[in-house]
Write a new protein. Structure first.
Length: 276
């Protein structure tokens, strides 16, 4: 592995640790309430959320909002597993910020598809640029996780046309999952997610595997998003039903996914269920 790759990986680790420490220090009540953020802190962060044009992805302001989303995502997950008040969801709905999250999710997906292939030849070999690329790649997973955490409530599904765009995104991820079942079962994406690097891999190959891991994690999140939407289908507009049944033939996509069971991965000769 090249020195540049080692430095970039080290910088990524530092960034993740800093985000965790920041989330713990930010709230003065953390030690008493076991919360990462107070409801007031979270509401302040949510009020500031805004969509960024694709040209601004990776800028200082964009990175600052990414750090905020990391904290909101961790707090939303903490609220669910601890069965406490889900004030992240309530604030996102109250301030109508779910469409903003969906727009940001689609923007980073488009960035990866259209901008990254042109940008990548200038990034490898530059540690700071590689660090930003890792953060941008993670951005999709962070928003996907946050959305799947809050989407199990009917009031969070009242996002108008943004919900239809989220469905399109989720179905694209499910199709990707069905297409790459063999690689998933081989455990390739689990290895990349665990930070297991092949010393013989070039930085380009290693980062390509990281992006595939992002697709895998986002696809698992897409399953939960589709499930949340279908559970509330009777309370949603007819356009959502048309999107599920007419535009995408969602039952067939899900049937293929169930038969393939991509959440089962092979490790040391045995299959195990991926926890995500």
């Amino acid at each position: 592995m090249s020195i540049v790759t080692v430095r970039a990986s080290f910088l990524v680790c530092i960034f993740v640790v800093m985000m965790l420490l920041l989330s713990l220090v930010r709230s003065p009540l953390c030690s008493m309430t076991d919360s990462l953020l107070t409801s007031a802190d979270a509401e302040c962060l949510i009020q500031k959320l805004r969509p960024f044009p694709i040209a601004d992805i990776g800028t200082g302001r964009w990175l600052a909002q990414h750090a905020d989303l990391e904290q909101l995502n961790m707090q939303a997950y903490h609220s669910v597993i601890s069965k406490t008040e889900e004030f992240i969801k309530e604030s996102l709905v109250a301030h109508d910020k779910l469409p903003v999250l969906i727009e940001e999710l689609l923007a980073v997906e488009l960035w990866r598809a259209e901008i990254w292939p042109r940008l990548s030849i200038h990034v490898f070999g530059q540690p700071q640029a590689m660090l930003k690329s890792h953060i941008v790649a993670r951005h999709e997973v962070v928003i996907s996780n946050l959305l799947q955490t809050v989407m199990h409530h009917t009031d969070a599904l009242q996002s108008g046309d943004s919900l239809l765009e989220l469905l399109d995104y989720a179905l694209r991820k499910l199709v990707w999952l069905n297409t790459n079942t063999a690689l998933v079962h081989a455990g390739l994406f689990a290895s990349a997610d665990a930070g297991i690097s092949n010393l013989e891999q070039s930085p380009e190959t290693e980062f390509a595997n990281r992006l595939a891991c992002v697709d895998f994690q986002s696809a698992l999140g897409a399953i939960r998003v589709v499930r949340a939407i279908t559970e509330c289908i009777c309370e949603l507009p007819l356009a959502v039903v048309n999107k599920l049944l007419k535009d995408h033939d969602t039952p067939s996509v899900l049937a293929t996914c169930i038969m393939a069971s991509p959440w089962r991965q092979k490790h040391r000769g045995k299959f195990h269920v991926v926890c995500h």
